[in-house]
Structure formats: C-alpha cells, structure tokens
Ligand binder design. Sequence first.
Ligand SMILES: [Mg+2]
Length: 139
Amino acid sequence: MSTSPEKPLILIADDRPSSRELLRLVLEHAGYAVIEAEDGEEALDRARDGNPDLILLDLQMPGLDGYGVLAALRGEARFRNLPVLALTASAMRGDRERIMDAGFTDYLAKPAGPEVLRETVARMLRESAAQSLEREETA
Ligand SMILES: [Mg+2]
C-alpha cells in the first residue's frame, strides 16, 4: 500500500503478532498508514521517530506495559494531547476507571470488531483535530 503524507499515521503496539496483523488489516483497509511495535520500549521508539497521529496501545505487554508506555508519552510535551486508545483483554470491573484515570483517550476490549475499531479511531482523530484547532485559536 502506498503511503501519502495526507494519510493519518497510526502506531499499533501489541506483543501478539496476530493481533497486530488483524488491526493493521482493518486500519490499512480504512485508508490509514500503519507502523508497528511489539513491546513497550519499541512503542516509545516508534512514537518518537514516527510521530504518529494516534496510537493503539495494548495494555498487557511483557516488560514496559501499556500503562508504562502511556506515562512516558504523557511526560513528553509533544505527546501530551496525542490520542491513545487502550486495548485490553480483560473486562474486569473498574478497568475503565483505571484506564481513563491513567490518561488514555479511550479504550476497547479485545478482540475489537472491525466496525467499532474504525468508528472509534475515526472519532478520536476528529476530536483530536478539533481540539488542536481550539488550542491554536486560544493560544
Ligand atoms: Mg498483550
């Protein structure tokens, strides 16, 4: 798939290759450019050198997990407002509160269906664009 500069760039960080592949297929089909990371450290590297428009971040990864990655990102000025979608395999009560308190923009339980994934990503990108416009106008 060709990559044009107009395509939003999405970073997929998940330690399971099959999960990354599924997410990549859906997102590329929806017209996004995709880069991948297989663990937390790589996610930080890819975010820093790729400058994605949005990140899909698996919470459960060995080593630096999704919460650790998000904390590191939010500590850097250029990632403070970046839309980051948490992907969680667990559906435990209380997770949503913990996820949102940590600073994620939104979350989806895995496996997320293609439609809900596309809609969530599109909405997050729209809201992110609107919010950066607002910040520019009030700056
Ligand atoms: Mg995982």
